[in-house]
Design a protein around this ligand. Structure first.
Ligand SMILES: Nc1nc2c(c(=O)[nH]1)N[C@H]1C(S)=C(S)[C@@H](COP(=O)(O)O)O[C@H]1N2
Ligand SMILES: [Mo]
Length: 405
């Protein structure tokens, strides 16, 4: 397709057309943009929905704190695995979509009307937000933060910008999307394209069909490839193909990857911890327990995953004391909410709050053992929280204190 200059309507250009490139590729067209665009929209919608779930599980507003469900136990594992997988798959889709539409950057005249100017501005916001979300997400998975702001609030805020700009884009393009939603049979004349991009006649259409299928096959292969080499980080049956994800289910002391080591968290050696450690429980009837005393309480075994917000997850077998038993002993009213504090001196995950639904769940443990062994220091020795359907960041390690709120 060639980019032709058309006599303008609306604003008269003040300048002559500069030497802009012209595009002969047949796939910079609305049908290709529609086919790739709707796949990309699905990926973005999955990211947005699962991102909201993750946000509200981590930072619930007051009214939601006690209503968060602790079932299904694998809920967060699935939603956050989908979040990372859809975001990863969206990268090749976004690149393909940008390639398809980039000739429109060079339409002339650059601005034709107020409406055209607003539309271009909204597309600029859309592209910037999409690029930012995908790359900040990927870098977060790699735990690399080459920016001065904190990832979580900015990724969340730009997520809203992205979904807003996407809805606006779909609304503005609705007639074009509708016109190109279905494959046109060869021989139908293409409707005149918007934005001065004109397409050839019937034969061009037939040729385009073949080329488009090749392009889509290549994009599909790229999506498949990036998915297959990363999805094993959470979908463990495919773990042997997990070549690119930073956390591998099999590179795992005690059968579970470590996200933040004790050394990184500033937790001393086991001997140091042993000397001073007591579990302090604050409530109507406060008490303290040594590790020996905790081990002497009724022990439960549960199988629950750690599901990290960065996308990796793995199920494990945990043994320890039910949190609700500890709370009962402190005279907590049924349905109490609690605050858990780690031995860690600083760090975003030192203090965690747990609503009623989790605190009274029989599967929520103060775990002492992992996969049949005493917890290693890196997994939270002497005691850590494990609860169903919870983001990994809230599975507090090196617990020092429980407080009934
Ligand atoms: N005190 C404390 N607990 C913590 C963290 C932390 O940095 N400090 N990291 C959390 C995160 S992000 C995850 S994914 C899980 C990982 O647990 P694991 O290292 O035992 O697999 O621990 C959580 N518990
Ligand atoms: Mo995590």
């Amino acid at each position: 397709m060639t980019l032709h200059v058309r006599p303008t309507h609306g604003l008269r250009p003040l300048l002559r057309r500069p030497p802009l490139p012209s595009f002969r590729g047949k796939l910079h067209d609305a049908r290709t943009a529609t086919v790739i665009g709707r796949l990309l929209a699905v990926a973005v919608a999955v990211c947005f929905a699962t991102g909201l779930i993750s946000h509200y599980l981590q930072q619930p507003p007051e009214w939601l704190k006690d209503a968060l469900p602790s079932r299904p136990v694998w809920g967060y594992r699935v939603t956050q695995g989908l979040h990372a997988a859809a975001g990863t798959a969206a990268v090749p889709l976004l690149l393909a979509k940008l390639w398809t539409v980039y000739p429109r950057l060079f339409v002339w005249p650059a601005l034709r009307s107020v409406r055209h100017a607003l539309e271009r501005l909204s597309v600029a916001v859309l592209v910037a937000a999409a690029v930012f979300e995908l790359f900040s997400g990927l870098l977060n998975v790699a735990q690399w933060y080459p920016w001065p702001f904190s990832f979580v609030p900015v990724h969340f805020a730009v997520g809203w910008v992205l979904i807003g700009a996407l809805l606006l884009h779909v609304a503005v393009k609705a007639p074009e999307i509708a016109a190109h939603w279905r494959r046109r049979s060869a021989g139908t004349l293409a409707p005149a394209e918007a934005d001065g991009l004109e397409v050839g006649g019937p034969e061009a259409d037939a040729l385009e069909g073949t080329d488009r299928r090749s392009l889509l096959a290549a994009v599909g292969a790229a999506v498949g490839a990036v998915t297959v080499v990363t999805v094993g980080q959470s979908f463990t049956p495919l773990r042997h193909l997990d070549l690119l994800a930073p956390r591998h289910p099999d590179h795992a002391p005690q059968g579970l990857p470590v996200n933040r080591t004790a050394a990184a968290a500033g937790i001393g050696t086991r001997a140091v911890v042993d000397g001073q450690w007591r579990l302090r429980v604050a409530g109507p009837l406060p008490y303290e327990l040594t590790l020996e005393q905790l081990r002497a309480m009724p022990q439960r075994e549960v199988t629950l995953p750690i599901a990290c917000v960065e996308g990796w997850s793995k199920s494990a077998r945990w043994t320890g004391v039910r949190v609700r038993d500890l709370l009962m002993r402190a005279g907590a009213p049924p349905g109490a909410r609690i605050r858990v504090t780690s031995l860690e001196r600083r760090g975003a995950y030192r203090v965690m709050e747990m609503g009623r639904g989790y605190a009274r769940d029989p599967l929520t443990l103060l775990a002492l053992r992992l996969n049949g062994e005493e917890l290693s220091l890196d997994h939270g020795y002497p005691a850590r929280i494990i609860a169903p359907n919870r983001p990994g960041v809230l599975q507090t390690k090196w617990v020092a204190r429980l407080e009934v709120l």
